[in-house]
Structures are given as C-alpha cells and as structure tokens.
Design a protein around this ligand. Structure first.
Ligand code: UDP
Length: 325
C-alpha cells in the first residue's frame, strides 16, 4: 500500500506543488489545511482534511485516520509586511500551530518531519551569500517565528528523536509547468504575480519598494527559485529522512540574485509587453539582498534547480492567463 504523508498547508502555493511531486513519487499526500490562505481547488493529488493546526484534537484525529509515515509542514503566515503590522499573529499561529503539529507527530509515532523555513531567518547580512552556516538574525516577525520553529525541531530531535529536514527557501516563484496548480494569494503581495497583473491591466502600476538600497541598481536583490524545483527538493528531503540519514538543514535557492528592476526587465521580455511601474518607499522589514550561496542541497540531496527566472515568469504568466483556480 502506498505510504501517506500528512501535508499541513497542502492547499497553499508551495504545499500544492509539493503534493503533486509526492504523488508522482508514489506517496499519497493527505492535505491538512484550514483554507485561511489556501484553496480547496488546489487539492488535486490526494485526500483533503479541512482543519486548523491551532486545534490539537483535529491534528490528532488526522494522524489517527491516515497514519502518515511522515509530515510536511507548509502551513504558515508568510508575509514580511503583515508580520511587521501584526507580529502577534505570527507568534501565535506560526509557532503555536507548529508546536501542535510537532507534538501530535511525536504522540502518533511519526518520526520524520519536513519543514518549510525561510531565508528571512537570516535578516540583513550586507551582501554576503547565505548558506546553512550563516548566523540567523531575523529582522521581521515572520523570520523570527520560523527561526523559533527551527529551534523547536532541534529540541524535539534531542528529546524525542524526531528527525527533521529544514528547508530554508529563498524567493519561490512560477507555477506548475503542466498548469495543474499555481500561485494564488488573496490579497496578492508578491512581486511576480503583482507585476503580471499590472501587465494585464488587472491592477494599476507595480510599486517598486525602495530604490535607495546599497545594491547595484538601488532595488532589493532576491534569489528566485522555481516552485516545481522546490517541490522536487521536498521529495528528496523525504527520501533522505526515510533512508535514515538524520536531521539536516538545506538552503534552497539558485545562487543567482536578481534586483526588482531586473525581474521587471525579464517580465517585459517574456510577455513582450510594457510593465507599468512607479517608484515607492521601502517596505518595512525588507533586507537589501538575500542570495543563496549554498551547494549543500546539490552535493548531498543531488538537487539542482532546472529552471531560471525566465521560466518562472513564463509559467506564472501562463497560469495567470489561464485564469487560475
Ligand atoms: N516588491 C516590490 N513591489 C511589490 C512587491 C514586492 O518592489 O509590489 C519587492 C520587495 O520589496 C522584495 C521583492 O520585491 O524586494 C520580493 O518581494 P516578495 O514580496 O515577492 O517576496 P519576499 O522577498 O517578501 O519573500
């Protein structure tokens, strides 16, 4: 019988793509999601349990019903700006929800846990390439909440033998190349979908958040990674744990940084249309540059990103034009 993996947040952007990759690899992804930011229409690759991580009994019931061999945890608030306006929501829901899920996993005898963390745990490091050994100094509540969960996993590893793979994502972008799932946030705050909606005339001009950073063109630099590549890394992370290789942290990025202006230029080329842009103030909590300098995922997991920024924008553009969910 195929093994089940409980996927908290499987109805969200990254979670849905990971479910597809898990199903392709022969697992049954069981999505556990409260649909606060996810979409039931995104649950296409396995069963759906509507539930909230803040409700420990609901998590225990899902464990008992589906007997997963492992857990993947994608369910979280993930917006830097929002986390600066409402830090309490991040500490309560991200940290509290993760604690329930981790304790329920231990109680159910699930020994393997894959966790979505973020390069936002590093804070602003003045242009250095970030890798797994870079000290973490978050500058916003989102990054702080994710760092707390990383530490929690370390404690549960020591005390209860829970084995975890922690993935620190850089900027996830694009959509399933087959068009089955894609990015949809309500409200949308991410650069690439906002930019494409501006191109299509679905909203006004894109505001560039700050052009006075100490980067080459003054706009923020990020390392964009295709969501399908990221999903593939999760399958490899799960296999790593199933092979008994123990707890490990991996950064997931491409090693190449693009400024906001460079992303806009790529979109102009891919869509062959003008991108309406206005310059605005900095967004609170933004680091100047976040670029992944790590080779660990490549060397140890054999993971190599297959798609560049042009393909991310192309797949996001196709998804956006198809009307999405
Ligand atoms: N950004 C921007 N205008 C927008 C949205 C984002 O200039 O309307 C910038 C933002 O400041 C950051 C980059 O684009 O430097 C990526 O932001 P996003 O919100 O997509 O991801 P994050 O880096 O916050 O995870």
């Amino acid at each position: 019988m195929a093994e089940h993996v409980l996927v908290a947040g499987g109805a969200g952007y990254v979670g849905a793509h990971a479910c597809k990759a898990l199903a392709r690899a022969g697992y049954v992804p069981v999505t556990f999601d409260n649909l606060a930011t996810g979409w039931e229409a995104a649950v296409k690759f396995g069963p759906f349990v509507r539930g909230d991580l803040m409700d420990r009994a609901a998590v225990d019931a899902a464990m008992a019903a589906w007997r997963p061999v492992a857990v993947m945890h994608f369910a979280a608030r993930s917006l830097v700006g929002e986390s600066m306006r409402d830090p309490g929501a991040y500490w309560r829901e991200n940290v509290g929800g993760a604690l329930n899920l981790i304790e329920a996993s231990v109680a159910a005898g699930v020994g393997e846990f894959v966790f979505s963390s973020t390069c936002a745990t590093y804070g602003d490091q003045d242009g250095v390439l970030l890798d797994e050994d870079t000290p973490q100094r978050p500058i916003n509540a989102y990054g702080a909440s994710k760092l707390a969960i990383e530490q929690m996993l370390g404690n549960f590893g020591e005390s209860h033998g829970l084995r975890s793979v922690i993935f620190r994502y850089f900027n996830v972008a694009g959509a399933d190349p087959d068009g089955e799932v894609g990015e949809k946030h309500e409200p949308e705050t991410h650069l690439i979908p906002l930019m494409l909606e501006a191109v299509e005339g679905k909203r006004g001009a894109l505001t560039v958040f700050g052009s006075d950073y100490g980067t080459a063109d003054g706009t923020c630099v990020r390392d964009y990674v295709h969501v399908a590549d990221l999903a593939e890394a999760h399958v490899r992370g799960l296999r790593w744990l199933r092979d008994g290789r123990g707890s490990r942290v991996f950064c997931l990025g491409t090693g190449t940084g693009y400024s906001v202006r460079e992303v806009i230029e790529h979109a102009r080329v891919v869509t062959n249309r003008a991108v309406p842009v206005v310059e605005g103030a900095r967004r609170a909590g933004d680091a100047a540059a976040l670029v992944c300098g790590s080779a660990r995922a490549r060397d140890e997991l054999g993971w190599e990103p297959q798609r560049g920024l042009g393909e991310m924008i192309r797949d996001a553009w196709r998804w956006s034009q198809s009307g999405g969910y």
